[in-house]
Design a protein around this ligand. Structure first.
Ligand code: TYD
Length: 416
């Protein structure tokens, strides 16, 4: 087997080429035709019900393609502002044409790369990202960037092509015939994967759905036209008219061509709720000098409530399986920060256990005495910074869990 083929890495340039050609084909179409396409007709109302009617929202449609969703949102939410963004100017041209044709004034078009957007932190009330991440091999970075520009309490909708849809068979069929897939790189997602992506980014999942079961079948029309046209049409009718209405959209939610998750960025207070003893949260003061960076400040005996005697950091966390910590201290006070990337901090006071996904450089978690702590699930770019109230002293460590339980049983003085 050709190993290189298996590990072929597709570049951003190659992916963009495919879509540049695709949008060029559409540039002279009747702008309203994009609203007549079955995929849009099936999806729009399903998505729309997850966006609140509140006035004055700033909505981002990122990876907008033809811009048909963003323009329709702008039309349906006239008291909100919709920023329609794509990495390719070719697609923005199509969207602008549609907005002009309809006289939509509250849509603004802006070229943006989802991996590095020019918007400040905490900017949008709603982020809508339709079938974009499947074309980005490092889609986690896109998710991180979208979370950055989403306001706390704001909502994010991310859809992707569903692995459990006949579309997967279609791609397999093309492969069997030795043909390439027309959109080149496209990762199909399982609902579980999409949900995990939200959980990894500490986004609260508030909804999930899917639509257009028969899409993959229609795609086979070009091979056996009559048969797949009939089968696709019949399936679509049976699913949307009979099965979905009585099963809370069961088939569409699990087997639709597109599946999506709706999440909310937790407000600061909810993000790191501490349940264990001898812990807590400190928020560092910072200046957002966008686009010239953030300045973050920690002061001994002020924001950090003890005298900092030692600072250490952990970087180069390339091993995804790495486990650090796995100990408690008898007396030591520390604050732990994730100043880049993210990791999961697991805390255990002997009675209560909790896991915290640390992904913001501004929040530190107190690692007080008698608190068993473990660090896992590091992103490769993760940098951990710790402020400690004393110098390194091995005799202050408890490195055995049973010993820890024994120690707290004998010494518990319930410091809070
Ligand atoms: P350890 O505390 O086990 O690391 P982690 O909790 O991040 O997994 O420390 C690893 C080694 O480094 C151990 O042999 C002790 C040594 N060390 C020092 O000498 N000075 C220090 O300040 C720290 C934190 C560790």
């Amino acid at each position: 087997m050709n190993k290189n083929k298996k590990f072929k890495i597709i570049s951003k340039k190659e992916i963009n080429m495919v879509w540049r050609e695709e949008w060029k084909k559409d540039i002279n179409s009747n702008p309203k035709a994009f609203w007549g396409q079955r995929l849009f007709l099936e999806g729009y109302l399903v998505f729309k019900k997850y966006i609140s009617e509140k006035a004055g929202q700033i909505i981002l449609d990122i990876g907008s393609g033809t811009g048909r969703y963003g323009v329709k949102f702008a039309q349906d939410f006239p008291n909100s502002k919709v920023i329609i963004s794509d990495i390719l100017e070719e697609s923005l041209v199509i969207g602008r044409k549609l907005a002009d044709y309809l006289g939509v004034k509250n849509a603004q078009f802006q070229k943006e790369d989802v991996l590095k957007m020019s918007f400040p932190d905490n900017h949008f009330d709603v982020i809508f990202c339709d079938v974009l991440i499947q074309h980005i091999p490092n889609y986690e970075a896109a998710m991180s960037e979208m979370k950055r520009v989403l306001k706390p309490g704001g909502r994010i909708i991310v859809s992707a092509v569903n692995y459990w849809n006949p579309h997967t068979l279609y791609k397999f069929f093309l492969k069997l015939r030795g043909k390439g897939y027309e959109y080149n790189y496209e990762k199909s997602f399982k609902k579980k994967e999409l949900r995990k992506l939200f959980e990894d980014f500490n986004l609260e999942v508030v909804g999930e759905d899917g639509f257009y079961f028969a899409y993959g079948l229609f795609r086979l029309k070009k091979y056996y036209d009559k048969f797949f046209r009939f089968l696709g049409g019949a399936c679509n009718r049976i699913v949307t008219k009979f099965i979905d209405p009585v099963t809370n959209r069961f088939v569409s939610r699990f087997f639709g061509f597109e599946i999506f998750i709706v999440g909310e960025k937790k407000k600061d207070d909810d993000q790191y709720k501490i349940k264990v003893k001898n812990s807590g949260i400190v928020k560092l003061q910072f200046y957002n000098d966008f686009p010239d960076g953030n300045l973050v400040i920690a002061e001994s005996l002020k924001s950090v409530p003890f005298e900092i005697k030692r600072i250490y950091f952990v970087n180069s966390l390339h091993n995804q399986e790495a486990i650090r910590g796995k100990h408690a201290h008898k007396k030591l006070e520390q604050y732990i920060f994730c100043i880049n990337g993210k990791f999961t901090l697991s805390l255990d006071d002997g009675t209560v256990k909790q896991k915290i996904r640390l992904d913001s450089p501004y929040y530190g978690v107190r690692l007080g005495p008698e608190l068993w702590h473990t660090m896992i699930e590091f992103s490769p770019d993760c940098v951990i910074l710790v402020f400690a109230g004393d110098y390194y002293n091995e005799s202050d460590y408890i490195r055995d869990y049973d010993e820890f339980l024994k120690y707290i049983k004998n010494n518990r003085n319930d410091i809070i």
